[in-house]
Design a binder for this molecule. Structure first.
Ligand SMILES: CC(C)(COP(=O)(O)OP(=O)(O)OC[C@H]1O[C@@H](n2cnc3c(N)ncnc32)[C@H](O)[C@@H]1OP(=O)(O)O)[C@@H](O)C(=O)NCCC(=O)NCCS
Length: 81
C-alpha cells in the first residue's frame, strides 16, 4: 500500500467522474479491473456489482478483467457525493 492510498482520494475521483458522466447523459456505469488487482474491493465498497469477467491480453500476459457495474449512476452519485 502507498501512503497516498486510503485517504479518500479514490472516492472523490469516482464521485467527480460519475457526476460528470451523469451530466453528459450516462444512465449506468461499468468499470473494468484486472483480476489480480488488490484494490478490487474499492469498487465493491462503492456498491459496484460484479456483472461479468472478460479475457485481457496485458502486453502478452493473459489475464482477466472483472467488470463492476452500477445500473443506476444516480444512486452511485448520491451515495458518494
Ligand atoms: C483503487 C484506488 C483508486 C482507491 O483509491 P483510494 O484513494 O486509496 O481509496 P479511498 O481512500 O477513497 O477508499 C475508500 C474506501 O474503499 C475501500 N478500499 C479502498 N482501497 C481498498 C483496498 N485496497 N482493499 C480494501 N478496501 C479498499 C475502503 O473501504 C476505503 O475506506 P477506508 O479506507 O475508510 O476503509 C487507488 O488505490 C489506486 O489508484 N490504486 C492504484 C491503481 C488501481 O489499482 N486502480 C484500479 C484499476 S481500475
Amino acid at each position: 500500500m502507498f501512503d497516498w492510498q486510503r485517504r479518500g482520494i479514490g472516492r472523490k475521483l469516482v464521485s467527480c467522474a460519475a457526476l460528470e458522466l451523469k451530466k453528459q447523459g450516462a444512465k449506468s456505469l461499468l468499470i473494468a479491473v484486472q483480476e489480480d488487482n488488490p484494490n478490487k474491493k474499492f469498487y465493491e465498497y462503492l456498491g459496484g456489482q460484479l456483472v461479468g469477467k472478460r479475457p485481457l491480453d496485458w502486453e502478452g500476459y493473459a489475464t482477466r478483467e472483472f467488470l463492476f457495474g452500477w445500473q443506476n449512476i444516480e444512486v452511485l452519485v448520491a451515495q458518494i457525493s
